[in-house]
Design a protein around this ligand. Structure first.
Ligand code: UDP
Length: 424
């Protein structure tokens, strides 16, 4: 059969990078391991996407995966300027349904459509699948635990929408979340398949030559602390400065993928008037002399960090992370122990799961947004990098990594689950 006639999966992803990454990885697996073709539609919330988003979009594999950017909602149906990120994403997906319908119809005319997979806010596209008689799946890019917590008010509506699908795919694996598929009281669930960990496996094009990788080549094994709070996470300026001092105090080698501190909580005088986010700008919120004093000891990266390549490098000894689910899975998949520093809701749950259940992280106590001192930072880095506790964490995450690899191997749970999804 020609490639055109290959059974095809249609995927629809909302405009969030934390979703686009696992979605593109899912599409890649379906094509590479299960012989399907895939069309990945991604909604756009803004006419000028961020640089990071473009980097990711440009790296979605071309072979067998068609990537289609959906048009941005027109100004006529624009949201108020202060609309939340989630409202914007939901709106972008809902506004794109007519275009999705057209695409789905024309694809269905050329090849059998195996399934239509949407993310948690893709429910408005349910009708398109119904019209075409195609099974409708939700791909949940967060841990199962979040979906199963009904009491978790913000996700109640989404959990109910997800439960109306013909099936749910979850980016997790059984050995990490043995309860996957167990529902919450009173919710009747469709079949649930754990298909992960689907993490960003290929370096994005410009990652390979990134200077931090040749720097890592020169550092001793397991000696470097990698610090990142994800694509959007920011600390206050005071906390950013204190983290710098904590890193310095620890005297561990480090790579810090830094973001401009949260401006709302910033001291205006400290920032001055310029907010353009360029390299020099990026330095101004660090303690005076920090860059000079830590030269040779650490690297501060201001824009896109090649995170999966960093985590896969033998010189990296721990990951100070906000516990976004992609970052968490990437750390697990590379066997790197974590210092869990969650910033908002779901991340706190992930942090607790990594510390208490999986026992592969030490959690920083961030209750009530309390300030974390440089001494605490220095102390947690000491615990995670050296000594008995560090050995235990390393052993534990090594075992979990092996289980993750197994889940994705031929015969592993996640591979079988995906095969079942593809071929019924
Ligand atoms: N990421 C990266 N470089 C950066 C920032 C982020 O590679 O400088 C990737 C990271 O590897 C992960 C994703 O972006 O795959 C972030 O997703 P996560 O769920 O961890 O957090 P979010 O950004 O959604 O808060």
């Amino acid at each position: 059969a020609s490639a055109r006639a290959r059974p095809r999966v249609l995927l629809l992803c909302s405009p969030c990078m934390g979703h686009l990454i696992p979605f593109s990885e899912l599409a890649r697996c379906l094509v590479a391991d299960h012989g399907l073709a895939a069309t990945l539609l991604f909604a756009s919330a803004r006419s000028t996407p961020s640089e990071q988003y473009l980097v990711v979009a440009a790296s979605v594999p071309a072979e067998g995966v068609d990537l289609v950017a959906l048009p941005v909602p027109t100004p006529a149906d624009a949201l108020p300027a202060d609309a939340s990120v989630r409202d914007r994403a939901t709106h972008a997906v809902a506004a794109s349904v007519p275009r999705v319908r057209d695409i789905a119809r024309s694809l269905a005319a050329t090849a059998p459509l195996v399934a239509f997979v949407v993310d948690m806010i893709g429910a408005p596209a349910h009708g398109v699948a119904k019209e075409l008689g195609v099974p409708f799946y939700t791909f949940f890019t967060s841990p199962w635990m979040l979906l199963s917590l009904e009491t978790y008010a913000g996700f109640l509506v989404m959990a109910k929408d997800a439960a109306r699908a013909d099936g749910i795919l979850v980016n997790t694996f059984r050995e990490l979340e043995p309860a996957v598929g167990d529902g919450a009281d009173g919710v009747k669930l469709p079949p649930v398949h754990a298909v992960g960990p689907l993490v960003w496996t290929r370096p994005v094009s410009k990652d390979r030559d990134h200077h931090c990788l040749s720097w890592l080549d020169q550092q001793p094994r397991g000696s470097v602390v990698y610090v990142s709070f994800g694509s959007g996470g920011t600390l206050t300026w005071q906390q950013t400065a204190e983290l710098a001092l904590g890193l310095e105090l620890s005297q561990h080698r480090f790579i810090w993928a830094i973001k401009r501190p949260d401006q709302d909580t910033a001291n205006g005088a400290f920032f001055g008037t310029s907010h353009h986010g360029g390299e020099e700008d990026a330095m101004e919120f660090l303690p005076e002399g920090f860059i000079a004093r830590t030269r040779g000891l650490g690297l501060v990266l201001h824009s896109w960090a090649p995170q999966t390549a960093i985590l896969g490098h033998v010189s990296v000894g721990c990951f100070v992370t906000h516990c976004g689910w992609n970052s968490t899975l990437e750390s697990v998949s590379n066997g790197v122990p974590m210092v869990a520093w969650p910033l908002y809701a779901e991340q706190k749950m992930n942090a607790a799961m990594m510390e208490a259940q999986a026992k592969v992280a030490i959690r920083i106590n961030v209750e009530n947004d309390r300030f974390i001192t440089k001494k605490e930072i220095e102390s947690v880095l000491r615990r995670v990098m050296k000594g008995e506790e560090a050995d235990r964490l390393r052993r534990q995450i090594g075992e979990l990594k092996d289980k993750a690899v197994y889940a994705l191997s031929k015969g592993g749970y996640s591979t079988s689950a995906l095969a079942q999804f593809c071929f019924g």
